[in-house]
Design a binder for this molecule. Structure first.
Ligand code: COA
Length: 220
């Protein structure tokens, strides 16, 4: 496997430039975002497994099977199958979500984040490769709010402040265009992202039914 496949910084590739998206970035941007979102499938499974109602269903199933079969083998097998099926189903559902994202704004990045419509998309580039992305566009039904979207940093390039720089570009853009707030959605399992946003001053807002917290920013 290419050691730089995951984005391990090579020699001389440590200068990171933030610039606006170009059409030639299209494939790299989509690939980077798909793999960034894909990282969360295992964390999502673990999160669901920790939910009290899931634990209750699993325990009841185990006890019922144990009582009726009077052997440990059947309940252990059934539970293993149930867990494997649940993991597959969640991974599949998350894959559908990623495919949906790739078919929405990421299908035509330039059009979805067009300047004429008040949007903008940036990439972080290092050594000729795209190592980070972020987009911003007016919120639906609230043009004075800007939505920060598609923030991701290539694995080997994390922990160097790239995401913080990308977010600050969006915040500066929001101030420049006179936006009232910058808002974004994050999934409960995106721990690193939530720490990043909290550090930048984002405040948690109302939680959506689909477990997506909403974070309005006061300072933009
Ligand atoms: C979240 C993500 C964008 C962070 O990128 P990054 O370039 O590593 O982040 P930065 O180096 O700019 O870190 C900025 C802050 O984020 C927080 N943070 C980021 N990664 C962290 C980690 N692994 N542990 C703890 N805090 C972390 C810290 O507060 C950090 O500030 P500090 O360095 O002053 O402590 C990156 O992990 C990623 O791409 N994840 C997958 C995609 C994703 O979750 N996107 C967000 C969608 S809402």
């Amino acid at each position: 496997m290419d050691p730089q496949e995951d984005g391990d910084p090579g020699v001389g590739a440590d200068v990171v430039v933030i610039r606006e998206y170009q059409d030639s970035d299209y494939r790299e941007v989509r690939g980077l975002l798909a793999s960034g979102m894909g990282e969360y499938a295992p964390a999502l499974c673990a999160h669901v497994l920790r939910q009290p109602w899931v634990l209750l269903v699993l325990s009841c199933t185990f006890c019922l099977l144990l009582a009726s079969a009077r052997s440990l083998l059947l309940p252990v097998l059934a539970l293993t199958l149930l867990l494997a099926a649940g993991r597959q189903a969640l991974t599949w559902a998350w894959g559908l979500y990623i495919a949906r994202c790739l078919g929405e704004d990421l299908l035509d990045v330039r059009a979805a984040y067009a300047e004429e419509a008040g949007g903008r998309f940036w990439v972080a580039e290092a050594g000729g490769r795209v190592v980070g992305t972020v987009g911003a566009r007016p919120a639906r039904g609230e043009a004075r709010e800007l939505v920060l979207k598609r923030l991701t940093v290539r694995r080997g390039w994390r922990g160097r402040g790239i995401a913080k720089r990308l977010c600050r570009v969006v915040l500066d853009f929001a101030r420049l265009r006179g936006s009232r707030a910058v808002v974004l959605h994050t999934v409960v399992v995106q721990r690193d992202a939530r720490l990043l946003y909290a550090g930048l001053g984002f405040r948690p807002g109302r939680k959506c039914v689909c477990l997506l917290p909403y974070w309005p920013l006061p300072s933009a």
